[in-house]
Structures are given as structure tokens and as C-alpha cells.
Write a protein of this length. Structure first.
Length: 403
């Protein structure tokens, strides 16, 4: 399953020439800020300058993926086709490995039929392939790490070995350094595991405490670096205020307002340079909170709209409106099947359903408040697929009267 998934993804890259990244739009295809920071790293300027030039140290993104891109830049050339191919193949590898984590999770909580179909759907479904072969962002790696941690959570049930909990803490730290949004699930997963130990009369406090210490030790080098170079405590990345402002402002209608982003507005970029990154983000956050306080009704409306966009997909531009809606149909279909499957699992009291419910409830919240993008939902698509397949497998044909 993993091999087939990987071969298909690499073949897609080669045949569709997705490694030929357009150099306009500030090399947006290389993850924009991710690529700009990777360029700075590769050229000896450190983790800095997310918008080009030399604007000083940055914590605009989490560190792992830009560092990986910088390795490709060092070896194969900055913004080169070879670097693009290597990173897309890297994404494809972890996209393919997600089939394995999906299979293992579904096998543990459901049955082999659900496990097989879930793994193959992920391996072959075009929308799941797209993010690995087209986007040089942390999206595919985030989906793999979160699905790996979900798998480990269900497989570590009842495991009180400190060694297992140490590895668990390290992996959560790495996931946070790749995509901090993943950490929203950590309290629920960790508490569920601790409760399972408590329920069995096993020790839970020591393993959980050790894992928590290891988790913070994994984050600590980056947190110390941020404090030293930014002059303030930063929890992994510092651009939360900017993201909040992009989604909450006088022009907001539920999506981000790109005109307020430093990459698209010379005046905003000048403000970024004048204030410095940390103070810029603080000020953007202040403006967003002020707007929310002054317009609670509008904030409520666009928040509900963002909830809809997260599960249905954002509005798309197309020459014909029906074509734009068709492009979102796959997103809506997976949402309906996944959430319906969750309801069925809750009704049937499937063991471990709490993990699915808490993940799908808590993970999207930050995007409801700021703004949604299709790639932001991808890290929870593995769980939606499992639940959707479970729903389909549980469906039974109606019996014909008189048969």
C-alpha cells in the first residue's frame, strides 16, 4: 500500500512536471515564507527574513520544514527544479507512509476491512495525493506526524513503560516544531492515555510526567533561541497576531484579506520592518482584537462562515460557478462522511471514539477564529477517511419485503 502510494505520487510529479515551480509571485510555490527563510538559512543568514531582503531574525514559521527545505537548497540549488523535485518526493514519502498509520489505527479501533479500505483510499484518492505533489509546505508532513501520534496513542493504551512515553514526548515535540496547530490535540490524547492506565490500576503519573518533561525539553532549544534573538518569549512561532488580523478586519468576509499581508502590501511591509517582527505581530493582534470588540455581530457572522468554509472548502474562482462548486464537492463529501461516521461511532460506543471526537472538535478552532484554507484541514483528513469508511462499511442494504 505504501509502495503503491509513493510510486503514484512520484509518477504524478514527473508526468505533470509539478517540480517546475514558477519563479514569479516571490516563489510562492516554494511555500513563500518557508522558502524565503530556507533561502536565508542556506545562504548563511540564519532563520530570518520571511519576506526577502535582510529583515533580521524571524519566528514567523515553525523551524523544521524551512530547515529541511534549506538542506535541499544547499545541495541542489536555491529555488531550483532539482530542489523542488526532492522536496515534493520527500512530501510524497510521508504522504505514502500515512497509509500505514491509517491502516494501523483503523485495524486497532475497527477491523481489517475498515483498515484496508481506509489505507487504500488515502493512497489513491487524488485530493490526498495533491498536497504532496504540488505544495512545498509542511502539509503532508503534518498529516503524517499527527496520524502517527494518533496511531501511537491507540497502540500505547495500557502501556506504562517509561521508554514508550519518552518516545511519545519526543514525537509530540517534533510535531509541534513542524506545525504548532497539532498541539491542540495533545492534552486530549495524553489525558486519554493516562486515564487508560488509571482505569487498569497501573501507574500513570510517572510516565505522563516524564513524557511532559521530554516534550518541553524537545521544544526548549527553539524556545531559548527565540527568546535570545527576538527578545521575548515566543511559543514556537510569533505571527498569531498577524493571522488573526488577516481574518478579522473591516474588509473581512470569512477568508483572509491578503491586502493586509506584508508580502502583498508595501505599506504593511514597511511597518513590519519599522517595528520589527515581534512588535508588528503584537500590533496586528491588537488591531484585530479591537475590531472584534467593536463588531461582535460581524465577527459572529464571519466566524460561522469560516466554520462552513473549513468543512466545505473556500469559495473558488472559475469561469462557470458550477465548476467552482464541483471543485469543493470532494471536500464536502469527505466532511459529511467523516462527521456522519463519527456520529455512528459515538452511537455504537466504539472504543477510542473520544480521540476522534476531540480531534475533530478542537483542531479547527484556531481556523474558525482566524481563517481557513484547504491545506489547513489536511492534517485531520486521515481520521475523516477512517470514519467515512467505517460509515460505509456499516451500511446495510434494506431488506426487500417478502424476500
Amino acid at each position: 500500500m505504501v509502495l503503491v502510494a509513493f510510486v503514484i505520487r512520484v509518477a504524478w510529479i514527473v508526468l505533470a512536471h509539478t517540480y517546475r515551480i514558477r519563479t514569479n509571485e516571490h516563489n510562492f510555490g516554494f511555500g513563500f515564507e518557508t522558502g524565503q527563510i530556507a533561502y536565508s538559512l542556506a545562504n548563511g543568514m540564519g532563520f530570518s527574513s520571511p519576506f526577502g531582503g535582510n529583515t533580521g531574525p524571524s519566528a514567523w514559521t515553525a523551524p523544521i520544514y524551512p530547515w529541511l527545505v534549506s538542506l535541499a537548497f544547499r545541495v541542489f540549488g536555491s529555488y531550483s527544479a532539482a530542489s523542488a523535485f526532492v522536496m515534493l518526493a520527500f512530501n510524497s514519502l510521508f504522504g505514502a507512509l500515512t497509509s500505514w498509520t491509517i491502516y494501523r489505527t483503523a485495524l486497532r479501533l475497527f477491523d481489517r476491512k475498515v483498515a484496508l479500505w481506509s489505507g487504500w483510499v488515502w493512497a489513491l484518492y487524488p485530493d490526498m495525493i495533491f498536497w504532496a505533489v504540488k505544495w512545498i509546505w509542511e502539509t503532508s508532513l503534518s498529516a503524517f506526524l499527527l496520524s502517527l501520534l494518533f496511531m501511537l496513542t491507540v497502540e500505547m493504551e495500557g502501556d506504562e513503560r517509561v521508554s514508550s512515553w519518552i518516545g511519545y514526548g519526543v514525537l509530540w515535540g517534533l510535531a509541534g516544531l513542524n506545525n504548532p496547530a497539532s498541539l491542540s490535540f495533545l492534552p486530549f490524547a495524553g489525558c486519554w492515555l493516562a486515564y487508560q492506565l488509571h482505569k487498569r490500576g497501573k501507574r500513570w503519573l510517572t510516565p505522563a510526567a516524564v513524557s511532559a518533561v521530554i516534550f518541553w525539553m524537545t521544544l526548549m532549544p527553539w524556545l531559548v533561541r527565540d527568546y535570545r534573538v527576538m527578545g521575548h518569549f515566543v511559543l514556537i512561532r510569533d505571527n498569531a497576531g498577524n493571522e488573526l488580523r488577516l481574518g478579522n478586519n473591516p474588509l473581512a468576509e470569512g477568508q483572509y484579506v491578503l491586502a493586509l499581508h506584508p508580502s502583498q502590501n508595501a505599506l504593511v511591509l514597511a511597518k513590519y520592518k519599522r517595528l520589527g517582527e515581534y512588535e508588528f505581530c503584537v500590533d496586528q493582534g491588537r488591531l484585530a482584537k479591537q475590531w472584534i470588540a467593536e463588531h461582535p455581530g460581524k465577527f459572529t457572522v464571519i466566524t460561522l462562515r469560516r466554520v462552513y468554509y473549513f468543512w466545505n472548502g473556500i469559495p473558488r474562482l472559475a469561469r462557470q460557478q458550477w465548476l467552482a462548486e464541483l471543485k469543493n464537492s470532494h471536500t464536502l463529501l469527505l466532511s459529511i462522511l467523516g462527521l456522519w461516521g463519527l456520529c455512528l461511532a459515538l452511537k455504537n460506543r466504539v472504543h477510542g471514539v473520544f480521540l476522534f471526537a476531540s480531534l475533530l472538535a478542537i483542531y479547527p478552532v484556531v481556523y474558525y477564529i482566524c481563517f481557513p484554507e484547504p491545506r489547513y484541514r489536511h492534517p485531520i483528513d486521515p481520521q475523516l477517511i477512517i470514519l467515512g469508511v467505517y460509515l460505509v462499511c456499516q451500511a446495510k442494504p434494506r431488506r426487500v419485503i417478502g424476500s
